[in-house]
Design a protein around this ligand. Structure first.
Ligand SMILES: Nc1ncnc2c1ncn2[C@@H]1O[C@H](COP(=O)(O)OP(=O)(O)O)[C@@H](O)[C@H]1O
Ligand SMILES: [Mg+2]
Length: 335
């Protein structure tokens, strides 16, 4: 249950093609994240899977069944909307029970499912409250509860955490990951935040202008980005890119090196540079170092590395961690 296959799925709004033809397989039990910049088509793709939008061409299969023309309710999927989609006048219990009441399930079965969902989501003590009496995180869990009781073959999330503050986002990220480990149900999660993608996904689908740039596990994308887009999108701080003559000496059109793969020294190294801004995070310090003929590079130093604005430092990219790209922005693999 929860295998989803897209075959050359294409979507246009009027004359505007938003999804030019996507092939993708999502396996049972996977946590798949669609990530990409705003406007790249993530929500559209999710809504096509949910059946909230019609495909222009191509087919969508769920567990081997062609659902391309099927109504959302016939697909066995549950979309988790943001917490503000809760009914404010209903208790948590009735909010969670709502889809079951609509489906005319008998009360005993409804109670059983609501009790179980509340247990999984740590909402048992809050069932008689109204959404207004809950924290943002609890409200988000109620929204998830409403999806859980339907026992879908897959959960679809569209940026569910984007309205929460940073601390709560971190907590909810963990909670959703733990929920996935408990339920082992397929989850498709849309976000523009590569940190969410990296921390939650089994499989990341990087989208750019309606196209898939790369599909892979978080570490595959981090270690072996196929192209400049993925290299620049995955990883924080962003990968440094060096082009021109400095890149030629690395046999590439563009050479990439992540801030954490540059050795920093007071004495010697490949590049001599001047420290501009130093961002002290405590655990790490991010230095912005300007190197003549190369550009300004971000370097990750340990938090206790003594450094000040205006210092001269030497940088050496770790030869094993260099990324090389050709003139089309595609990764050059091998020696
Ligand atoms: N109903 C619609 N009519 C016309 N254009 C749309 C519609 N929905 C989305 N789009 C366009 O499709 C593109 C992708 O949108 P969307 O899937 O919402 O992106 P994302 O979720 O990645 O931010 C955008 O350019 C958007 O303006
Ligand atoms: Mg969106």
């Amino acid at each position: 249950m929860g295998n989803i296959t897209l075959k050359t799925v294409n979507k246009s709004f009027g004359a505007t093609q938003v999804i030019p033809g996507i092939d993708l397989t999502i396996n049972e039990g996977e946590f798949v994240v669609f990530v990409g910049p705003s406007g790249c088509g993530k929500s559209t793709l999710l809504r096509l899977i949910a059946g909230l939008e019609d495909t222009t061409s191509g087919t969508i299969e769920i567990d081997g069944r062609d659902v391309t023309g099927a109504a959302p309710a016939k697909r066995g999927l549950a979309m988790v909307f943001q917490s503000y989609a809760l009914y404010p006048h209903m208790t948590v219990r009735n909010n969670i029970a709502f889809p079951l009441k609509m489906a005319k399930l008998e009360q005993g079965a409804i109670n059983k499912k609501v009790t179980e969902a509340a247990r999984v989501l740590n909402l048992t003590d809050y069932l008689e409250r109204r959404p207004g009496q809950l924290s943002g995180g609890q409200r988000q869990r109620v929204a998830i509860g409403r999806a859980i009781v339907r026992e879908p073959s897959a959960f679809l999330f569209d940026e569910p955490l984007s309205n929460l503050d940073a601390a709560l986002r971190g907590t909810m990220r963990l909670e959703i990951s733990e929920l996935h480990q408990q339920l082992k149900t397929t989850m498709i999660y849309v976000t523009h935040d590569q940190v969410e993608a990296m921390t939650m996904a089994d499989k990341i689908v990087v989208l750019n202008a309606g196209r898939i740039e790369q599909v892979g596990s978080p570490l595959e994308l981090y270690n072996k980005p196929d192209n400049l887009f993925v290299a620049g999108f995955i990883g924080s701080p962003r990968m440094n890119f060096v082009s021109g003559q400095a890149a030629n000496s690395f046999n590439s059109s563009t050479m990439g090196i992540r801030p954490e793969h540059i050795r920093l020294s007071r004495e010697d190294g490949t590049w001599k540079g001047l420290v501009g801004v130093a961002e002290h995070l405590g655990s790490d310090t991010f230095l912005h170092v300007t190197v003549n003929g190369v550009g300004t590079l971000t370097v990750r130093a340990s938090g206790d590395f003594p450094v000040n604005h205006g210092d001269t430092v030497f940088l050496t990219p770790d030869a094993a961690r260099i990324h090389r790209f050709n003139e089309n922005g595609q990764a050059i693999r091998g020696a």
